[in-house]
Write a protein that binds this ligand. Structure first.
Ligand code: HH2
Length: 295
């Protein structure tokens, strides 16, 4: 694990990453793989956000386009209509950084204007115009950027993903994105990297990547890990259905922290928080228990 003091600036707010932080997932889509259709109304999204913050979420990630394998792309106007009212309502109601999960540069710009402090792009800011908008928002408003690795596009990424060496290729990709962002003037404290579990990866690729997390974390930039409810958890537990994957997801999140992850993107915030609290209380060499709990 890296010894560098890591922190993450998300607009006006700074998160110290000496202890891991939980990013609660708020999908405002009709078709997300585990919670689609539940939080599409602003009042339902607000209520869910309140719950997650009470349970210990320190970042909320709002997504208006499902990226599950085979998902249909959503047009800009529709994604805007889903996401922006929720970002506005949440930024008025909560003092936690808001992340917006989008690949579209127009929405990135509008989300930052509406109060987002983090741009989370599963496409690693590779869509036309995305890098320019993200860099401008990072330099002018201090927002954080999360660049994720994905092979292919959601519609077809699980058809036949192939790698020579998945850990080396993801490591090279993330290093190259980090270098591009830094060369464009984005400070290190505003960069998060994510290996992208399940995005153009078979179960074997996901397992290799998980085992390679210490190597990825060794590069010195904070890692975000998102395995919550994903098919790798279901497969490892004997075809466990999506709604029964939360205990396994919390354990995997904990193992990711042990391997160097600093931000955990999860659906079940309470279970993940409990796992982290117990870990720090029961491990002699772990970070102080109070710190983990966020007291
Ligand atoms: N996974 C999903 C979506 N966004 N962003 C990052 N940085 N890392 C991830 O692993 C990640 C992500 C997919 O999960 P979910 O949001 O629950 O589902 P859906 O894409 O169906 O909305």
């Amino acid at each position: 694990m890296t010894t560098e003091h890591l922190r993450l600036q998300c607009g006006p707010r700074v998160l110290d990453l000496d202890r891991p932080r939980i990013m609660g997932i708020l999908n405002v889509t009709p078709d997300s793989f585990s919670d689609g259709g539940r939080y599409t109304r602003v009042d339902a999204a607000l209520a869910r956000a309140r719950e997650m913050v009470a349970e210990g979420a320190e970042i909320l990630d709002i997504g208006g386009e499902s990226t599950r394998p085979g998902a249909e792309p959503v047009g800009l106007d529709e994604e805007r209509r889903r996401v922006l009212p929720v970002v506005e309502a949440l930024s008025a109601a909560f003092d936690v950084p808001l992340s917006v999960d989008t690949m579209k540069p127009e929405l990135m710009r509008e989300a930052v204007a509406a109060g987002a402090g983090l741009l989370n792009d599963v496409n690693g800011f590779r869509a036309e115009g995305a890098l320019d908008v993200a860099v401008e928002a990072a330099r002018e408003q201090g927002v954080a950027l999360c660049a994720m690795h994905m092979q292919g596009a959601p519609q077809s990424m699980q058809q036949a993903p192939q790698y020579r060496d998945v850990v080396a290729e993801v490591e090279d990709f993330l290093a190259a994105r980090a270098a591009t962002l830094q060369d464009a003037g984005v400070p290190r404290a505003q960069i998060l990297l994510d290996p992208g579990f399940g995005f153009g990866k078979t179960l074997e690729h996901n397992l290799a990547l998980f085992r390679g997390l210490p190597r990825l974390a060794g590069a010195g930039l904070p890692l975000l890990v998102g395995v919550s409810r994903k098919s790798m958890i279901g497969a490892l537990l004997g075809d466990r259905p999506v709604q029964a994957r939360d205990p396994g997801s919390a354990i995997a999140a904990l193992l990711a922290v042990q391997a160097g992850a600093r931000v955990l993107r999860v659906h079940d915030v309470g279970a993940t928080r409990d796992a982290l609290t117990l870990y720090s209380a029961l491990q002699a060499d772990a970070v102080d228990a109070q710190d983990m709990r966020g007291d």
